[in-house]
Design a protein around this ligand. Sequence first.
Ligand code: BT5
Length: 328
Amino acid sequence: MQSFPHSRTIPLDAAVLRLLRQSPAHPGELAAQLGCPPRDIFESVNRLQDAGFDIPLNPTLGLQIVADPDRLLADDILARLENPWISDITVYESTASTNDLVTRRATDGSTAPLAILAETQTAGRGRFGRKWHSSPRQGIWMSILLRPEIPFSQWPRLTSTAALAIALAIENVTKLQTGIKWPNDVLVHGKKISGLLVETGLHPAAGAFAVLGIGINANQTEFPEEIRDRASSLKLESGKFVNRNTLVAGILDHIGRLLPQMQTDFSGVLAQISERSTVLGKALQLHSGGIPIEGVAEGLDEEGHLLLRMQDGALRSFSAGEVSTRTP
Ligand code: BT5
């Protein structure tokens, strides 16, 4: 069995899952590896079986994971993380909005990075108070508490950085090509798979915080009438069921890697976004409250703002809004 340096920085059940994913093992081997009595391993395996894993004990090979449950599980996400920058992960069966739960943790004074997921949201929201459909057990509805160490004026970088993390994780897990629609959507084959909602707040002692809300359609096979023409899921686009814990771990790994880059080399992040942009070079209408503005998207500036060439030849930069392709 391979060495396992982080084994006890994560909970026992996560550590057991991680070791068993490397290779089947006998309970005694796991106990020795994890520095605990064999009885703890049996109890852990019982808990994992109760959570829906199928882990039979083969007399020759030992314990082996033969089936994973289709449930979001904090231990399974932790077991799959390669970058242990985040360790506080909680999964709820149902909540109004995971952004609200994380905001509450932040206003209660939590400082460490943490993530909250729910199998469904009863009042999931998008930008401008719009509804976000969060069907039970088919998607990823997740919010992350972050305190970026950059000036507050640069915090909008978070939205683009998270969009890139989602795009990269989707590409790794599904092999699909992704598009990033400025500023906060990830598309596959032109349809919306994922949306981002970044909200900020202030705690008197702990300071400013950001709540990064991520919605991803993973395994839906149908959508409500009002979004059917624009929305899709990874399963519909790839034809394959997606293990959501694998995708969550992939997103968290990419976020953990990209956050430092966002602080020191944001142009490197932007270059990867530009490669995937679905708007650059296109004639667009931008809605940001008030009269829609028309122009051609020429690029992203150093803060990720959209640069639009106006009809009078001027180049203007926009930090937020909703874009649609202009029909002549
Ligand atoms: C977004 O807003 O795209 C941000 C969505 C963020 C959702 C996450 S889930 C976890 C966390 N908790 C929350 O309560 N929210 C965050 P926006 O760009 O405003 O897009 C909203 C629009 O997308 C809606 O008006 C619909 O047209 C469409 N839409 C709604 N649900 C969708 C879905 N599941 N898939 C694709 N499009 C959807």
